[in-house]
Design a protein around this ligand. Structure first.
Ligand SMILES: [Zn+2]
Length: 315
């Protein structure tokens, strides 16, 4: 980060599938005035999302005693249309199109920079995280969906429309053929995301333990993990999940051969023993295994990355 910018701050916003996080980001990676709003409770229409983001930024600008922010960086769950600055047909949100950059520019008169939330996460890891300066890194988030951000040769890979590395939609299975929110089948996030795990568990039980469904069916991933820990009957599911995750990780390594892979998201942060080790054991042996870690940025990587991106653009 250029030292010329040490005096300026930017506003960062992270629009996820469930929450809008916002805060003031400094060039050294300090985030303060942090706010979090439950998007599913407060937003009924796409315009509600835009209005919530505007309100959050307005509050931050009013509280920003250090003076006017230089720019606004927005990290959002894709798919994105970067040419028009909108979120389009996200499988994890029920809205067709959410306008972002135009309404924010008109409201605040500041530069607005939009990028995929996983790309932002990757940027935060190499700009502000312990892996600062790493040139080849893949950041993978396992939360409501599964996505990745890729730094290759020191550059953020964006893709033609800003949707590179949508690894959650890589095919990892044909046995269970679970439908994905995108309309496809056998995709990684249909099995191993927060919403996918309960559906995968149900299908696995139907196939492997038919007629032995004595327990209530868990409706969330943490409940599935609790069931795995408490009932030996379900240990086979942990293996099936590890196989799918190993396939997904193998695909990522084969595509990018990064030096580091950083996992993020509440699922893997809270259940690393059930997810990370078994996944690594099922990764293809012929691939060079990168250094693998869990993000130390405590869920703030996309927000910090949105700030890092805006600071970089303003440099
Ligand atoms: Zn998909």
């Amino acid at each position: 980060m250029n030292t010329r910018n040490r005096g300026i701050t930017v506003i960062g916003v992270d629009i996820g599938a469930t929450h809008i996080r916002s805060g003031r980001i400094s060039p050294t990676g300090e985030a303060d005035l942090l706010k979090k709003e439950n998007l599913r409770q407060t937003c009924r229409t796409p315009d509600d999302v835009t209005r919530s983001v505007i309100r959050a930024i307005d509050d931050l600008l009013r509280e920003n005693e250090a003076g006017q922010a230089a720019a606004i960086g927005i990290a959002a769950a894709g798919p994105l249309d970067l040419s028009s600055g909108a979120i389009v047909q996200s499988p994890n949100m029920s809205f067709e199109r959410i306008e972002i950059t135009c309404p924010l520019r008109e409201t605040f008169g500041l530069p607005v920079y939009l990028l995929n939330d996983c790309a932002a996460g990757a940027l935060a890891e190499v700009v502000f995280g312990p892996l600062k300066g790493t040139g080849d890194l893949v950041y993978i988030t396992m939360s409501s969906g599964i996505g990745a951000g890729v730094i290759a040769g020191g550059r953020l890979i964006a893709g033609t429309t800003g949707n590179a590395a949508e690894v959650g939609h890589m095919c990892v299975d044909s046995t269970y053929a679970l439908p994905c929110g995108c309309g496809g089948s056998g995709h990684w996030e249909a099995y191993a995301s927060g919403t996918g795990i309960p559906a995968f568990f149900r299908r696995w039980r139907e196939m492997h333990l038919p007629g032995r469904i004595r327990h209530e069916h868990p409706s969330s991933a943490p409940e599935v993990f609790k069931a795995i820990r408490e009932h030996m009957d379900f240990s086979g599911f942990a293996g099936a999940l590890a196989a799918v995750n190993g396939r997904g990780l193998s695909n990522v390594i084969a595509a990018y051969e990064p030096e580091h892979i950083v996992f993020d998201g509440p699922l893997i942060r809270e259940h690393a023993d059930l997810l990370l080790g078994p996944m690594l054991e099922r990764t293809d042996r012929y691939l060079p295994l990168p250094q693998v870690s869990i993000s130390s940025l405590e869920g703030y990587a996309p927000l910090l990355g949105a700030g890092a991106y805006a600071l970089e653009k303003e440099d």
